[in-house]
Design a protein around this ligand. Structure first.
Ligand SMILES: Cc1cc2nc3c(=O)[nH]c(=O)nc-3n(C[C@H](O)[C@H](O)[C@H](O)COP(=O)(O)OP(=O)(O)OC[C@H]3O[C@@H](n4cnc5c(N)ncnc54)[C@H](O)[C@@H]3O)c2cc1C
Length: 446
């Protein structure tokens, strides 16, 4: 049984090899672990678990901060269920095995002159893990990775294989693109792809007042707009990505290394460690580090512009807000930090998404702004995250399914108009709760 603490930390009890997530805040001890190499092996594993009375949970690369992937039953690992299965250039799609890491998909697509339309910040996650919790980047017109799915294959509780798309098992497709692992184990996903294109990124420091005053215009004028606010300062770093005719002009090897590796990972790691040991030093460090990043422009293929390595370990909470409420919410968050004793070394990240049509997508049916808060690993985060969460929930915020939060099914049913549609689908596909764990009981109910 997985035991979940207030903000999602968990310890599972079983007898197999322990499992732990990327952030190190969730551990589980599954009864047994398997790594199927095909849909048939996966279906057989689910049938065997059912015969043994074990619950079943597929994991990705453990990049969720919540206990979404924790289990004390059968743990299905992704590493042998990988690779591109089909590319259909006429339809403009790629079909990929569910355990494929996003980085392998991106590189393989690039080798074929193709690309996904939008991505999150990193590409370590598996395609199924990323889409199951609604992983997103920032976009004016293009939505989350799950919104780029056109078809999927699902192994259901009795071990049968269900194909779903807008034209086949459409009601399952509506839920299973972002299924939280609650409807079955995804074995294969088909994504829309397009001919590879170039993006020009413009990174530019801006004050908090300017970026919040101009937010509507900046989000409307750019295909992908995001910014980071550095707590304890009035400083932000903005990033605008727009399609470009080229030529490609990647960051120089030395300057790119200084910005991406040294400042974002190496120096930042040291600053966070100092801040954890001496919290009173954090505001001073924030003022210096928020000025260290300078304006730069570069042009590259999409995944190289959207993603960057994240080597500093942290925990995170992120809320999706109705777009109209976002800037007021962010100002309340800034005021909270200013009047409190919290010392925050991680920037607050702000991104956007257009409304989509997926039942449990954080952007389901509403234009969305995401606000994400982070804490360096090993720093007490509950007070800060709890206070931020009160602000977010006062504005009908929807928590990211893979990031820390305390919301339960009763709250989530209020903020997701299609919540009942999803739980009815779960009742139909998994009446015996073969795919249950503590996290799903919290967010979906028994
Ligand atoms: C450094 C870092 C950066 C991040 N950046 C972003 C970002 O930019 N944007 C964003 O939105 N999120 C981001 N996240 C969150 C992350 O993308 C999500 O939590 C994602 O779900 C993790 O994918 P994973 O492959 O690690 O899956 P896991 O965390 O291992 O699993 C996630 C869920 O997917 C389910 N699952 C996995 N495989 C299957 C399958 N085959 N069938 C059914 N269910 C399955 C699991 O059971 C679990 O419920 C980030 C996280 C980290 C640690």
């Amino acid at each position: 049984m997985a035991v979940t603490d207030v903000l999602g930390g968990s310890k599972g009890r079983g007898s197999g090899a322990p499992w732990r997530n990327w952030a190190g805040n969730v551990t589980a001890r599954p009864a047994r672990t398997v790594a199927p190499a095909s849909t048939e092996e996966l279906a057989a594993a689910v049938r065997t678990a059912a015969a043994e009375g074990l619950t079943v949970k597929a994991v990705g690369t453990g990049h969720s901060f919540t206990a979404a992937a924790a289990t004390d039953g059968l743990l299905i690992r992704p590493e042998r269920l990988t690779g591109i299965r089909r590319i259909d250039r006429v339809a403009g799609t790629v079909t990929v095995a569910a355990g494929t890491p996003l980085k392998d998909l991106n590189r393989a697509l690039s080798a074929h002159g193709l690309s996904l339309t939008n991505m999150g910040d990193v590409m370590e996650q598996t395609v199924s893990g990323a889409t199951s919790t609604g992983t997103h980047g920032t976009g004016r017109d293009s939505a989350s990775i799950a919104a780029q799915i056109t078809a999927l294959e699902l192994v259901t509780a009795d071990g049968s294989v269900l194909r779903c798309s807008a034209g086949e098992n459409a009601e399952v497709f509506a839920g299973a693109r972002l299924g939280l692992g609650a409807l079955g184990v995804v074995s294969e996903l088909t994504f829309v792809v397009e001919p590879e294109f170039l993006l020009t990124a413009r990174e530019e420091p801006m004050t908090f007042d300017e970026v919040t005053d101009r937010f509507g215009e900046l989000a409307a004028e750019n295909e992908h707009f995001e910014f980071y606010w550095f707590p304890h300062t009035g400083n932000c770093n903005t990033k605008r990505n727009n399609r470009s005719q080229g030529p490609a002009a990647p960051p120089g090897r030395v300057s790119g290394w200084i910005e991406d590796e040294l400042l974002s990972n190496g120096v930042f790691q040291v600053a966070c460690a100092v801040g954890r040991a001496v919290p009173a030093a954090i505001p001073g460090i924030a003022k210096v580090s928020s000025r260290a990043l300078s304006a730069r422009t570069y042009t590259d293929i999409p995944y190289k512009v959207f993603t960057s390595p994240r080597r500093v370990r942290f925990v995170e909470m992120e809320y999706a807000l109705p777009r109209a409420a976002a800037i007021e919410t962010l100002r309340e968050l800034k005021a909270l930090v200013e009047r409190s004793a919290f010392r925050i070394s991680f920037p607050v990240e702000v991104r956007t998404a257009p409304a989509d049509d997926i039942a449990l997508s954080t952007a389901s049916g509403r234009d969305t702004v995401y606000i994400a808060v982070h804490m360096y690993r090993g720093t007490p985060y509950q007070g800060y995250f709890g206070a931020v969460e009160r602000i977010m929930t006062a504005h009908e915020g929807r928590p990211h399914w893979g990031k820390l939060h305390t919301r339960d099914a009763a709250y989530l049913a209020e903020v997701y108009p299609r919540f009942g549609e999803f739980t009815a689908l779960r009742d139909r596909l998994d009446p015996e709760r073969r795919f249950a764990n503590g996290y799903l009981r919290q967010v979906l109910g028994e």
